[in-house]
Design a protein around this ligand. Sequence first.
Ligand SMILES: Cc1cc2nc3c(=O)[nH]c(=O)nc-3n(C[C@H](O)[C@H](O)[C@H](O)COP(=O)(O)O)c2cc1C
Length: 177
Amino acid sequence: MLNILAISGSLRAASTNSALVEALARNAPAGCRVTVYDGLGRLPIFNPDDEGERTPHAASDLIDAVTAADGIIVSCPEYAHGVPGGLKNALDWLVSRDAAVAKPAMLAHASPRSLYARAALAEIMRTMSFALYEDAVLEIALLGKKPPQVEAILAEPANVTAMRDALKAFAGFIRAR
Ligand SMILES: Cc1cc2nc3c(=O)[nH]c(=O)nc-3n(C[C@H](O)[C@H](O)[C@H](O)COP(=O)(O)O)c2cc1C
């Protein structure tokens, strides 16, 4: 069983990115378990002085979850052509650790826009030595949709298939490493 950790970069209650990672968890194919990380909003702002023995519990929880996962999936919005601060903060807590090194990672997209954030996030994660899976792109256009519409779109058979196919492809990438 592969354990995949899914992280949404949005703290918004009606977040489309969070809905997408929740849907990935619901639609995981056999042999994969997707767990959604829910601690983004509890992480203190990263400070290199607070590493080692001073590492805050919330940051340790994130580091342990990434270390234990066979792979991670990130879905995030774009804010002012950049990666949202909350997600960048979470990634910063992982920079000086082994957790990210060679860890398989895949991006998922809930917006057909966000091209700057996609590129920036990929660059950040490659720099952190994640093994970024880039052969397939999972994009389900949820931008601007309200929760009932979001759930309806995510339940469409073609989108369920797209999510399963993306997870199967990512699982194949993880197993081949
Ligand atoms: C402060 C702020 C800045 C934004 N800047 C951009 C942007 O530069 N480019 C873009 O495509 N969308 C931008 N958006 C739109 C969000 O990326 C978009 O609404 C996203 O789908 C929200 O994700 P969520 O539903 O998971 O919260 C911005 C939204 C906010 C709140």
